[in-house]
Design a protein around this ligand. Sequence first.
Ligand SMILES: [Ca+2]
Length: 249
Amino acid sequence: MKFEDGFRIDGKFEGKITAGGDLVIGKFGTATGTVQVTGGILSSAGELSIGKAGAGTLRVTGGGAIISARNVTVQKLAGSHGTITAEITGDSLSLISATDNVTINGGTFEVVPTAVPAHGALTWDVLSAGLALVGSFTTLALPPDEPGATGRTWSTVYTPYTFSVGLTIPGDANYHGLVNFADLLALARHYNATGVQWTEGDFTHDGLVNFADLLALARHYNQSAPTPPPRAPPTLHPPPPSTLTPHSP
Ligand SMILES: [Ca+2]
């Protein structure tokens, strides 16, 4: 596919687009673009802008789509708005990847869970960059905590290369599925710090590590994320009656 300027798509998409230039969702000031990708391949040799000067929404569902670009930008220009809605499915996911940079100038990230494994601690990569990921979303819409004493809670984590979503029990800073000394150490290292996240001990999502986080960890100390129920022992069947008739002497 070749085109001179940008390429705008609106609506539902499942197929294959390999663009030699930029892909823009929400190009102009008055434009509201929504693209729902349910599968297939969406790739750009240039920039994928989710909200360039207008409002752009990229909704990724189904868990099977491959979305990649050289650079990915959320809210490219001042006054634009970018939203990524991700359907989280399965036990691993790599949603949107940039060979170079991911830039997030605010915007909204929303999780829609489907068919998430009922057990263990999980993380899914939503955005990943080959060179650098900078910035953060202004608004996060995460699903409610799971019920029960060892109900898991949703979290988001930024690294220099990725933006990911996690699901584990409160206090499990490293997503290993168990709250132990390693998690307490992560919290202790950042006690009273601001601008911190889950992996540094902020289990209450307020950007700081304090007594409330220590309490959340203490409540779950030595607890594990839900594990699959043990398998029932194999049922022993009596051997089938022999079909061989004994020979009479
Ligand atoms: Ca906190």
